[in-house]
Design a protein around this ligand. Sequence first.
Ligand code: GLN
Length: 487
Amino acid sequence: MIERLGPVVSARDAVARGERTAEAVTRDALAAIARHEPVLNAYTAVGAEAALAQAAAIDRARAAGESLGPLAGVPIAVKDNICTRGLPTTAASKVLRGFVPPYDATVVEKLTAAGAVVIGKTNCDEFAMGSSTENSSYGPSANPWDPTRTPGGSSGGSAVAVASRTVPASLGSDTGGSIRQPASFCGIVGLKPTYGRVSRYGLLAFASSLDQIGPFTITADDAAAVLAVIAGADTHDATSAQVPAPAASAASRDVRGLRIGVPRAFITGVDAAVARAFDDALAAWRDLGATIVDVDLPHSSLAIPVYYLIATAEASSNLARYDGVRYGARTALAPTDSLRTMYERTRDEGFGAEVKRRIMLGTYVLSAGYYDAYYLKAQQVRAKLRDAYAGVLADVDVIATPTAPTAAFPLGEKVADPLQMYLADIFTVSANLVGVPAISLPCGFSPEGLPIGCQLTGRMWAEDTLVRAGAALQSTTDWHLQAPRLS
Ligand code: GLN
């Protein structure tokens, strides 16, 4: 067995057994953040004082013999588009500079109730729109394996925070791959739960029918430990579902008889190193007794256009609320300027280029003359894609693909070409369109030493299957135990 306990479970157990204080664990995390931030730029805010106070409260509770929560003393970083009371929450946008939410998102409330120490906010593409964190108003995060490369996006900062070992786990949001693709680029585990598994209350909405919050961790078991805490129905989110919570760890590592479907025709055009690493992961599962079968995934080539029609349509509507009145920044005006001028200047100065592009695209596809041709058509294809996945997942337990067609690309490489950037999501957007859960697992390295990820997509509510397959892979491979060498 290669597997070692993940940092989430280790930190929790050490605190519970009294081997370490929550305060010492938190101080270490704060020191690591301070050490790496100048190069990595993973955090947009760090709440050192509040985190230390939270940790001290855990230590007092333990000393008093009180029972501790399932994540007691574990420092966790949270993507900057998830509301945290008292800690700035800006979705890395200038339009929200200075916004400090008066409430916690449900996931943050649940983390805190479980004893986790919310240590800071992580960098991301503005309003989670992007695949590289280069659309952040705070500047890009750097990949810890090679700081001249992107960590992926949009939840790049959350992936960097875990990959650089500043925190055992973090939360990201995934609308079209924003947890899985950065997990792949940074060599860690990223899990997008089933749509409705986790409350979106307090998540700054990008595309409401696709958005889902999920964990970044080093091991599959750690992902299960975090998911078990943040999952569950919530009266504040009508789309959160009343389903039994998933287990906090893999029930077994037994994948004998597990049917893994591989849509070969869809996996063309990936880098040679990615293809090799992907095949290595399949071979590892086969050796463990899983059955690898070829499957056909109709309509998957349409997933990118469908995603960019639906996501932009929903974004244009969701982002209408940022008008300089209710939240964040407002552009200063002369007393003679009209209200309309105030809206226009605030939005012009507050939003970056990619967000504006999407608001315009989304407004266009929803406009009276084009609604049927674009938005409605996209919804129809989305329904077909959902049927195709249901059909394939009736035959196999999971679908395997690479997470992304390449390893991390150099910062700056795709900034001028948004269409190229959109193609980075080719393997990830379908799970969001369909609603099914998907996980990215480390499965090898490129010749340049960059991590590569493998994606498993499962049936609705079957996160436990993804965790079991992930834990099985991590019991015979050590890709997840490699850490970047940081100076
Ligand atoms: N990269 C995709 C996009 O730009 C996905 C983003 C996400 O999942 N938030 O829309």
